[in-house]
Design a protein around this ligand. Structure first.
Ligand code: UDP
Ligand code: MG
Length: 328
């Protein structure tokens, strides 16, 4: 079944059923294997499709290899970012440019099996769903560190943001055109899509899959980037840490009053010994609480600051689809 094109722009190009967005950063080792596995699946779907490879400022041979691939794979479209902007920003670049009625985002390292894509599409159509999540029900191929940190991440996020956020759902998902249009209407910020999309409330379903091992190369998500993602997830979707600062402030105040009463009592009883230990402990304790609260406030201030600056999170150097349109 072919869905009617929803704007003139799309009519010019002919309706595309499926866009597959693949953000990639220094994936020269995985790229050949990705194309070899993704292409037969998409060709086999029998639907018009495009693959949007978003080169997130790679410094290895990824860009050159993509150009080579494009010569043999007409459905491959390359969007190159000027510098490394991060996985979520690269995803934004791809999602905003995808033309398909349905869009699937997938990692380049084949940890998410492309063979599941037709299943996602069939489920979306059969149940009239706008979002199909893919849930990793088996992560045994991930390192113990990755599994532990992921478990803590989803536990914390579900407590802070809400149980509507599905656990073990990464960025391998299908979205319909209405979801895409809603995302495009949002101001350009550092989005965390695995939290943002459930918050939009579109009808959704899910399929499960076994997470595979990275086909080649090493992770492009070092601990620093994982911490940034966790911070963006918390500060972007929950005000609980701010409330925690308030609660701690209130508690400190109560402790202060107790200490004050104690000091006055001790003073009135004439027991005013030097009290060096209690003084140091008090100063250290309140100093620590104040710094912690300042740190929390700083996190939110940083978000407001970047939002007020309204700078784009990525900058597209060129888009092969636009170049082709200009030539024709
Ligand atoms: N990625 C990206 N920009 C970055 C880091 C990662 O586009 O700054 C891409 C990467 O090439 C891959 C996906 O994001 O396609 C997920 O990264 P990776 O598989 O290395 O993360 P992990 O599975 O180890 O968490
Ligand atoms: Mg991976």
């Amino acid at each position: 079944m072919m869905t009617a094109p929803n704007d003139e722009d799309e009519m010019d190009r002919g309706p595309l059923t499926l866009s597959v967005v693949v953000p990639m950063y220094n994936e020269e080792e995985a790229l050949t294997a990705l194309a070899a596995r993704l292409r037969p699946v998409l060709d086999g779907c029998g639907e018009p499709y495009e693959v949007l490879a978003v080169d997130d400022g790679s410094t290895d041979a990824t860009a050159r290899m993509l150009e080579d691939l494009r010569l043999r794979w007409p459905q491959l479209r390359v969007v190159s970012l000027r510098c490394n902007s991060g996985h979520q920003a690269a995803l934004t670049a791809g999602l905003h440019r995808a033309h398909g009625t349905y869009v699937v985002s997938i990692d380049a390292d084949l940890q998410d099996p492309p063979e599941v894509i037709p299943q996602m599409l069939a489920l979306a159509r059969a149940d009239a769903l706008d979002v199909v999540y893919s849930v990793r029900d088996d992560r045994s191929t991930d390192s113990v560190f990755k599994r532990r940190t992921a478990a803590y991440y989803y536990w914390l996020i579900r407590r802070l943001v809400g149980a509507h956020v599905p656990a073990q759902v990464g960025d391998f998902r299908l979205m319909s055109r209405p979801v895409l249009e809603s995302l495009k209407a949002l101001p350009d910020q550092r989005h965390v899509y695995r939290l943002l999309i459930p918050s939009l409330g579109f009808p959704s379903g899910q399929i499960t899959y076994r997470r595979e091992e990275r086909v080649a190369g090493t992770t492009k998500y070092p601990v620093g980037k994982m911490v940034l993602l966790a911070l963006d997830s918390i500060t972007g979707f929950s005000t609980a840490p701010l409330r925690l600062a308030t609660a701690m402030g209130a508690l400190s105040l109560v402790v202060c009053f107790v200490l004050l009463a104690w000091t006055i009592t001790v003073y009135s009883l004439g027991w005013t010994l030097p009290g060096w230990t209690s003084l140091v402990v008090t100063v250290l304790f309140f100093g620590a609480v104040q710094l912690f609260c300042l740190g929390l406030l700083g996190e939110y201030l940083a978000r407001i600051y970047t939002a007020v600056q309204a700078r784009p999170t990525y900058s597209v150097a060129h888009d092969t689809a636009t170049v082709e349109e200009t030539i024709s």
